[in-house]
Design a protein around this ligand. Structure first.
Ligand SMILES: C[S@@+](CC[C@H](N)C(=O)[O-])C[C@H]1O[C@@H](n2cnc3c(N)ncnc32)[C@H](O)[C@@H]1O
Length: 250
C-alpha cells in the first residue's frame, strides 16, 4: 500500500465482522481493538495481516465501491446499489464516458459512476453537502470526479462539456430536462431517479415535451433470500421501495 491510499481493515470478534477505513499515513489508528501505526501499512499488500498492539488481527484490503457505500458519510438518502446497477447496465456506461450528475448528495452515485467512467462532473446545491461528498470522494481515492456547488437548473446553461450520460437524482429533474439535450452527445442518455410516482409523471411529461426520446421507466425490486437450518425463503425485512428510474436516449 502507498502513503495517502485508503485501506479497509477487517477483523472478527466472536465471529462478528468489524470494518474500518483508514488512510496510509504517519497517524495512529485507535479502536477498542487497540492501536495500529498506519505507516506500517506501507510494506503490506491486499490480503496481508496487520496486528494491533493488543494482538488483534486485521486483514488489509483495498476498499471497493460497496465498501464505500457502507462507510461513506451520508448527507441524505443515497442511490442504492441495485438501482445504480440499472443505470450502468442500461446506459452501457464505460471507461471513455463523460458523465454529468445532479444532485451530488453524499456522492454515492457519482463515486460508483466515477469508478467506471472517464470523468464525472456533479452539481450539489448545498455547500455543506458538496464538501461532505468531496470528502467521501477523496477517501475513495477517485480523482476524476469534480463536485461543483450550484443549482443545476441554472448551471446547466453554462456547461460547455458534452456528456454521454446525465444522471438526475434531484427534485429539480423536470426543470433540467428541457435543457439537457444541448449537453448530450448524439444518442446520449439522461437517467432520472425519483422516489414518487408523481415526480416520475412530471419527468415523463417534461421528456415528452422535449422529445423525441427512446424512453423507459423501471423499478428494480431486490428480494434477498433468507437461508437457515429451518429452510430457505425470501427474507421478511430489508429494503422495500427505493425509486423509479427513467432512462431516456436521444
Ligand atoms: C437524493 S439526494 C442525491 C443522492 C445521490 N445521488 C447519492 O447517491 O448520494 C438529492 C440531492 O440533490 C440536491 N439538490 C436538490 N435540488 C438541486 C438542484 N437544483 N441543483 C443541485 N442539487 C440539488 C439536494 O441538496 C440533495 O443533496
Amino acid at each position: 500500500m502507498e502513503y495517502g491510499e485508503m485501506v479497509l481493515l477487517r477483523t472478527f470478534l466472536k465471529e462478528r465482522q468489524r470494518e474500518f477505513i483508514v488512510c496510509v499515513s504517519e497517524d495512529v489508528f485507535h479502536s477498542d481493538f487497540g492501536i495500529i501505526e498506519l505507516s506500517e501499512l506501507v510494506r503490506l499488500s491486499p490480503g496481508d495481516r496487520i496486528y494491533s498492539h493488543k494482538g488483534q488481527e486485521f486483514t488489509v484490503q483495498k476498499p471497493r465501491m460497496p465498501d464505500m457505500f457502507r462507510h461513506a458519510q451520508r448527507s441524505g438518502a443515497p442511490m442504492m446499489p441495485k438501482d445504480i446497477g440499472m443505470v450502468v447496465a442500461y446506459t452501457g456506461l464505460c471507461k471513455n464516458d463523460m458523465v454529468l450528475d445532479a444532485g451530488t448528495g453524499s456522492g454515492i452515485l457519482s463515486m460508483y459512476l466515477g469508478s467506471i467512467a472517464k470523468k464525472v462532473i456533479t452539481y450539489e446545491i448545498k455547500a455543506n453537502f458538496a464538501n461532505l461528498a468531496r470528502n467521501n470522494i477523496s477517501k475513495a481515492g477517485l480523482d476524476n470526479i469534480e463536485v461543483r456547488c450550484g443549482n443545476i437548473v441554472e448551471e446547466i446553461d453554462k456547461i460547455e462539456e458534452k456528456f454521454d450520460v446525465v444522471t438526475l437524482d434531484t427534485i429539480s429533474s423536470p426543470e433540467v430536462i428541457p435543457k439537457v439535450r444541448r449537453v448530450l452527445v448524439p444518442r446520449g442518455f439522461v437517467v432520472t431517479y425519483s422516489p414518487f410516482i408523481e415526480q416520475t409523471i412530471a419527468i415523463r411529461k417534461a421528456l415528452d415535451v422535449s422529445g423525441p426520446w427512446d424512453i423507459m421507466t423501471i423499478e428494480c425490486i431486490e428480494r434477498p433470500l433468507s437461508v437457515s437450518e429451518r429452510g430457505t425463503r425470501p427474507g421478511t425485512g430489508g429494503v422495500g421501495h427505493t425509486g423509479y428510474i427513467t432512462i431516456a436516449r436521444i
